[in-house]
Write a protein that binds this ligand. Structure first.
Ligand code: ADP
Ligand code: MG
Length: 554
C-alpha cells in the first residue's frame, strides 16, 4: 500500500523537493491506483515527476514515450544523477548500446526506459517477458494529426491499451486546446482517463489589444512610461525586428534584434545580454524565448498578431515570471490577418490553421473579459471577469442576452452538436439554402427563431458566446460547435448572459473613412466590396482599414 507519506518521502529522498506542486500529488495517486490519466499542465509545471515518482513506487519498469532524443538524454542523465536506474532507446544509438539496454531491461534492472515512438514497435516483443508498471506518453499532443508537432509514429500508440490492458497509460502535454485534449484521449484509447487540467491562469499578466495603426509611435509612447524595464517585442518578420530595434536605438532606448537569420554565436550573446539586463529590449521573431528563463520581463508586445492562441499564450507567458505585474499589448490589424492567411495557404492542414487563426482574431476582437476567453480556449471553465484586462477596465455597453443565448444553445443541442457556426446561424435564421433543406433542418424546433437579426450580427453574438466560454469549437471535427458546462447553466439554471451591443457596421465604416488620409474613392470601393462580402459570402463584414494597414497591404 502506497500512502501519501510514502510518496512525499520518495519526493524528498529521490528528487530533493520538500513538497508537491499543485496537481502533482493527485496525478500520482491516480496513477498509483491503476487509473489512466490525461494531464494538461503548462511548461515548467512539473510533469516529469508525475511519472518518474510512480515509476519508483511501482514494481516493474515504466516506459516513457518521448519525442525528442535530446529531451530523453537530459531526463535520463538527471535521473541517473539522482541514483535512479534509467535508460533510453532510439534509432540514433549504436546497436551494442541498444543491446546493452535490452539486457538491462530483461534483467528487470531499469525503473524507467525512455523510448522514441518510432522505436517502440521493435521493443514490444521484449516487453512480454517483463513487468511494465506504467506507460507514460510525454508531449502527447504529438498524437494529434492536426497539431504542428504531429509525429506519425505517435498514432501507433493507440494499440498500447489493447496490448497492455492492465497497465495504466498516462498522457502529458502542455499545449492542448480542449479539442486536442479530446483527440488525445480518443486516440490513446483511454476514454476513462482521469483528466487533470492545471490552471493556465497567470493573474499578474495584464492583457490588452489595440488597433495596429501607427504601431511604432504607439510603442514609443508605451515605452516612455516604462524606462529601463525589460521587455520583448514579437514580430512576424526578421525585417521588422531589425527595423524596430534600430528605431528604438535611435530614440534613446537600448534594443537588439533577434531572429533565426543570425549566427548561433550572435544569438547566444544577445540572449546573455538580455538575461543579464545589459540589453533591456529585444525585438524578436518567435525564435526567441525557448529556454530563456528571465524572471523580470515586465512587458511583452506583439507587433503582429500571432498565428494562434497557443502561440500568443506561450509568448505572453515569458513576462512576469517573478509573479510581479507584467503588461501585454497585442496590436491587431487586418493586414496581419491577410499575411497570416497567406502563410497558412497550401499547408497540409490549411483549414485547421485558418480556423485557429480565426479564433485568434476573435480573441483580439473580444468584447468581454479576455482572460475568460483565453482560459476557456484551453478548456479551463473560468467565468469570473478578471479585472486585469483592457475589456474589464473599460467595458463596452452590454444588454441582457440570456434569451438569445438560450436560443443559440438550444439550436446547438437540436443539431446534436454536429454543426459548425455557419449552419447553426442558418438554422436560427430560417435559411432556405440547399444544405439546410437537404438535412431536413427546416423541421427542427429552433428553425427560424432568430429571423430578425442579420447573419453577420448573429455571427458576432455567437463569437461572443464562444469567447465567454458558453460554446466551444471542436477544431478537429469540422469546427462543430458544442456546449460547455456553462451553456448548461444558461439553459437549465437561469444563469444570465450579458452580450455586448454591437457597433453599427455602417457607423464603423463611416468613421474610418473620415479619419483616413487615403483617397476617398478607394474607401468607397472597399466599402462596396465589404457589403458584397457581408451579404453574399456571409463572412465577417468588418474590414478594418487604417493608414498603416493599407501601407502594409501594398
Ligand atoms: P514540465 O515537463 O511540466 O515542463 P518539468 O517536469 O521539466 O516540467 O519540471 C520543471 C522544473 O520544475 C524542473 O526543474 C523540476 O525539477 C521542477 N520541479 C518539479 N516538481 C517540483 C516540486 N514539487 N518542487 C520543486 N521543483 C519541482
Ligand atoms: Mg516535460
Amino acid at each position: 500500500m502506497i500512502t501519501s507519506k510514502t510518496t512525499l518521502n520518495l519526493l524528498k529522498t529521490h528528487f530533493g523537493y520538500s513538497s508537491f506542486r499543485p496537481q502533482q500529488e493527485s496525478i500520482i495517486n491516480d496513477i498509483l491506483s491503476g487509473k489512466d490519466v490525461m494531464t494538461i499542465m503548462p511548461t515548467g509545471g512539473g510533469k516529469s515527476i508525475c511519472f518518474q515518482l510512480p515509476a519508483l513506487a511501482l514494481s516493474g519498469t515504466t516506459i516513457v514515450i518521448s519525442p525528442l532524443i535530446a529531451l530523453m538524454k537530459d531526463q535520463v542523465d538527471s535521473l541517473l544523477a539522482n541514483g535512479i536506474s534509467a535508460s533510453y532507446y532510439n534509432s540514433s544509438q549504436e546497436s551494442y548500446i541498444q543491446n546493452e539496454t535490452l539486457k538491462n531491461l530483461q534483467a528487470g534492472e531499469l525503473k524507467l526506459l525512455y523510448v522514441a515512438p518510432e522505436s517502440l514497435q521493435n521493443l514490444i516483443p521484449h516487453f512480454e517477458s517483463i513487468k511494465i508498471s506504467l506507460i507514460a506518453v510525454d508531449e502527447a499532443h504529438c498524437i494529434s494529426s492536426w497539431g504542428h508537432d504531429f509525429r506519425p509514429a505517435y498514432t501507433k500508440l493507440g494499440h498500447l491499451k489493447k496490448q497492455f490492458p492492465n497497465t495504466s497509460i498516462a498522457a502529458f502535454t502542455a499545449t492542448a486546446d480542449s479539442a486536442t485534449q479530446q483527440d488525445i484521449v480518443t486516440q490513446l484509447n483511454i476514454p476513462e482517463a482521469e483528466v487533470h487540467l492545471s490552471s493556465f491562469d497567470r493573474k499578474n499578466l495584464y492583457l490588452e489589444v489595440r488597433p495596429g495603426n501607427n504601431r511604432i509611435d504607439q510603442i514609443l509612447k508605451y515605452l516612455d512610461s516604462r524606462p529601463d524595464e525589460s521587455g520583448i517585442i514579437y514580430c512576424l518578420s526578421r525585417k521588422s525586428t531589425e527595423k524596430l530595434a534600430s528605431k528604438l536605438n535611435s530614440t534613446g532606448f537600448k534594443a537588439k534584434a533577434y531572429h533565426a537569420g543570425l549566427s548561433a554565436d550572435e544569438r547566444s550573446s544577445i540572449q546573455e545580454d538580455f538575461i543579464n539586463d545589459r540589453t533591456p529590449i529585444i525585438a524578436a521573431t518567435i525564435a526567441f524565448g525557448m529556454g530563456i528563463d528571465k524572471s523580470n520581463v515586465r512587458w511583452v508586445i506583439h507587433y503582429n498578431m500571432p498565428k494562434n492562441i497557443e502561440g500568443y499564450y506561450q509568448e505572453i507567458g515569458r513576462g512576469g515570471r517573478d509573479g510581479l505585474p507584467a503588461d501585454n499589448l497585442l496590436f491587431y490589424s487586418y493586414a496581419d490577418v491577410v499575411m497570416l492567411r497567406k502563410f497558412a495557404k497550401g499547408s497540409s492542414n490549411e483549414e485547421y490553421q485558418i480556423a485557429k487563426l480565426e479564433r485568434m482574431q476573435q480573441f483580439a476582437e473580444a468584447l468581454s473579459c479576455r482572460r475568460i476567453a483565453l482560459l476557456n480556449y484551453f478548456g479551463e471553465h473560468f467565468t469570473e471577469n478578471c479585472g486585469n484586462c483592457d475589456i474589464c477596465t473599460s467595458p463596452p455597453n452590454y444588454f441582457d442576452g440570456t434569451i438569445l443565448t438560450k436560443k443559440v444553445c438550444s439550436a446547438v443541442t437540436r443539431l446534436e452538436e454536429q454543426e459548425a457556426t455557419g449552419m447553426v446561424i442558418d438554422v436560427l435564421r430560417g435559411a432556405q439554402n440547399a444544405q439546410v433543406l437537404e438535412k431536413g433542418y427546416q423541421n427542427i424546433k429552433t428553425y427560424g427563431t432568430v429571423k430578425d437579426t442579420s447573419w453577420v450580427d448573429l455571427q458576432q453574438y455567437v463569437i461572443q458566446m464562444i469567447n465567454q466560454g458558453i460554446l466551444e469549437i471542436r477544431f478537429h471535427e469540422n469546427g462543430r460547435l458544442v456546449l460547455t458546462p456553462l451553456a448548461k447553466k444558461v439553459l437549465f439554471k437561469d444563469k444570465k448572459v450579458q452580450l455586448a451591443i454591437l457597433p453599427k457596421l455602417e457607423d464603423k465604416i463611416e468613421e474610418k473613412v473620415i479619419t483616413s488620409k487615403a483617397p476617398s474613392n478607394l474607401f468607397q470601393k472597399l466599402r462596396e466590396l465589404r457589403l458584397v462580402i457581408a451579404k453574399e459570402e456571409k463572412v465577417p463584414a468588418y474590414i478594418i482599414f487604417s493608414d498603416a494597414s493599407l501601407k502594409d497591404m501594398e
